[in-house]
Design a protein around this ligand. Structure first.
Ligand SMILES: [Zn+2]
Length: 443
């Protein structure tokens, strides 16, 4: 007996044996994968409380978005063609957040992510308690960290530091869907003293550190000045402070040189690549070169929860354009980066990232019924080169069906959108009251 039995699927397991089942089935019991095999084998071995006929569907492990700020789904849709959006739009708008609106925005962001097949978000933001409330309510998994900034940003100071640390203590092993981590903002906004302290706390608490690194020239310039204690670059500063390491999820690494790349590789630091954000903002990062240097690179969408399927494709497109190599970031590698590699980087490789016996049941079914998914010479290649987020039919997180036939099961999508729109309206009103010059930027 099992709770859910998925049958007749094209299963891409992403397991260590790289197994693909053309007519496969998956048995789920509680929050775990009980068995994986051919439809015939599994159907003779198990009766199920609920059966899902996944004919014409691909089953893959749930996608892990390695860097996002889901509540920013609202803010990221403002002033989309402006230069320096972080400083001109994001920070001034973020000053106007109140917890309730952040919760509503996170709910809409989490819904966007889930409906597009993301089962786990690695989220870095202010008011993280509200975001955790939203993610657990909708049933998406989260590696969550409350943003810590010493200066320069919208929410700064010792109280944010304390909240960042307390968030970890409050949520550690408290909820099956939440893995807390520490989230210092970046090397130019968090003082070296605080970074040293946070490294100690991460070691004591045995949690990951998730932070932006080398994301702007403004950051590089500040670190090269008195702030950086003589460091050559932001990567060098983190190296001197012993923050680099396999437990660091370093996001962006746009402005780095050969020496920085060597440091990232030697320390086993993980780097997150967010291709659409860079391309739309007019910049780029050398992700293919980082991979060549031995760095583990993951995929993220940054200031929007967005469509991870589209983001994997954007990664291939941008790196091939940059390198002139049509096989840079192959489709199998991309799927690995968004599943098992991400799980391993998060220290969850034994629990997530592949469809294997004993792992937590986080997986998605993608429909192959529409023309753009046919013919099916290689369904795995079709996922990267042809699929759309809207082809995601079913999403299972922790053994629970959270998206069924393209609809959320826990909350009604229309009410989630209406809450998100309400939060956007209120946030814009408050932000423009604080700073009337923002009015002309809000379109
Ligand atoms: Zn970010």
């Amino acid at each position: 007996m099992c709770d859910i039995l998925i049958k007749n699927a094209y299963v891409i397991t992403m397991g260590s044996d790289d197994r693909v089942l053309r007519d496969g089935a998956i048995a789920i019991e509680g929050n775990r994968i009980l068995d994986v095999g051919s439809s015939k084998e599994i159907m003779t071995s198990y009766d199920a409380k609920e059966e899902i006929d996944a004919r014409d569907m691909i089953a893959i492990p749930g996608l892990i978005n390695a860097h996002t700020h889901i509540a920013m789904c609202i803010i990221s849709r403002i002033g989309r063609e402006l230069k320096d959006r972080l400083y001109r739009i994001y920070w001034p708008m973020e000053k106007a957040w109140i917890p309730e609106d952040c919760y509503k925005a996170a709910l809409m962001g989490a819904a966007e992510a889930l409906l597009f097949g993301t089962t786990c978000v690695v989220d870095h933001y202010f008011f993280m308690e509200e975001i955790a409330k939203a993610t657990t309510e909708l049933g998406i998994r989260g590696v969550l960290g409350h943003t810590i900034m010493t200066e320069d940003g919208p929410w700064v100071g010792k109280s944010e530091f304390e909240e960042g640390v307390n968030f970890v203590k409050r949520w550690k092993e408290k909820h099956p869907l939440v893995f807390p981590c520490l989230a210092p903002h970046a090397p130019d906004t968090v003082s070296p003293d605080w970074l040293e302290e946070l490294r100690k706390i991460a070691n004591e608490q045995n949690v990951k550190i998730h932070m932006h690194l080398s994301q702007s020239m403004r950051e590089v310039r500040k670190v090269r000045g008195p702030w950086g204690r003589g460091a050559r670059s932001p990567v060098d500063l983190l190296h001197r402070l012993k923050v680099l390491g396999p437990d660091l999820i370093a996001v962006h690494c746009i402005h780095i040189d050969e020496q920085d790349m060597k440091l990232l590789s030697q320390t086993g630091t993980n780097v997150v690549y967010c291709p659409s954000t860079y391309a739309l903002g007019g910049s780029y990062a050398n992700a293919a070169k980082m991979i060549e240097s031995g760095i583990r690179v993951l995929i993220g969408t940054d200031a929007r929860p967005a469509d991870m399927i589209g983001e994997m494709r954007a990664a291939a497109m941008t790196q091939r354009q940059l390198t002139g190599n049509p096989s840079a970031m192959g489709f199998k590698d991309l799927l690995k980066m968004a599943t098992i590699d991400a799980a391993e980087a998060l220290g969850l490789g034994d629990k997530l990232g592949s469809i294997e016996k004993g792992k937590l049941a986080d997986l998605i079914l993608i429909s192959m019924k529409r023309p753009h998914m046919n013919p099916r010479f290689d369904p795995c290649a079709n996922v990267i080169y042809n699929a759309l987020g809207s082809d995601v039919d079913t999403v299972i997180v922790d053994g629970k069906i959270v998206v069924k036939r393209g609809s959320l099961t826990k909350l009604d999508v229309e009410s989630v959108v209406s809450l998100g729109r309400e939060a956007a309206r209120d946030l814009v009103r408050r932000a423009t009251e604080i700073d009337p010059s923002l009015k002309q930027l809000v379109n």
